[in-house]
Design a protein around this ligand. Structure first.
Ligand SMILES: CC(C)(COP(=O)(O)OP(=O)(O)OC[C@H]1O[C@@H](n2cnc3c(N)ncnc32)[C@H](O)[C@@H]1OP(=O)(O)O)[C@@H](O)C(=O)NCCC(=O)NCCS
Length: 174
């Protein structure tokens, strides 16, 4: 059974491997190995046992809100998010392990995140979707807020993303 809980520091190595594998396969498969290593940043070393590599991954994962989905103790998804200002929240990243995709886990995590945002008074969520994830976010009610942009991912350049946003409710008028 899938359960959702808050991330704990001890999860970092397992979450690092999940992100490295999913990001490489679904979002970075177009890049050469050298370019992919740059785009992966610290996650390139997700299977390393060196302290410096593990610390860099734990650091890269830091975010005000991190939720994980577990199946019988295995972490199969992670969502990271945080606050941009008082009312706008950013969904920073979401990954679902390949063999668990299309089972509603991504939707569950985003809906749980949205409920938390609403409770804290947010009116909108913004995100930079990978091109792969555009249909997913569209299915959850997110709209494109600009055209496709090209930017950085860690030390890598030329990464394409789609800014999207969802209004959670109208701003309250005074
Ligand atoms: C994008 C991602 C997070 C979606 O997670 P998921 O758990 O597979 O998504 P869900 O099962 O909750 O999908 C909900 C709905 O979104 C849409 N959807 C999800 N994946 C889709 C895909 N690959 N193509 C088209 N529509 C998709 C569907 O409408 C789906 O409902 P349905 O399965 O009943 O048709 C997952 O595919 C993933 O980790 N991708 C690689 C990493 C990535 O790009 N992350 C986004 C970073 S911003």
């Amino acid at each position: 059974m899938i359960t959702i809980r808050h991330y704990r520091k001890a999860d970092a190595p397992r979450v690092g491997v999940l992100i490295a594998d999913t990001y490489s396969e679904f979002n970075l498969s177009y890049a050469s190995p050298k370019k992919r290593a740059k785009l992966l940043g610290p996650f390139h070393y997700a299977r390393s046992r060196q302290h410096a590599h593990r610390d860099a991954i734990a650091q890269a994962l830091r975010a005000p809100v991190i939720l994980v989905a577990e199946d019988d103790g295995e972490i199969v998804s992670v969502l990271r998010g945080g606050r941009k200002d008082k009312q706008r929240i950013v969904l920073q990243s979401l990954f679902v392990k390949k063999s668990y995709q299309r089972q509603g886990i991504g939707r569950k995590l985003v809906e749980r995140f949205e409920r938390g945002c609403l409770r804290r008074g947010a009116t909108a969520i913004r995100l930079l979707a990978t091109l792969y994830a555009i249909p997913f976010y569209a299915a959850l009610g997110y709209k494109r807020s600009t055209g496709v942009r090209t930017g950085k991912s860690f030390q890598g350049t030329g990464f394409k993303y789609q800014p999207m946003r969802k209004m959670l409710r109208e701003k309250e008028s005074r």
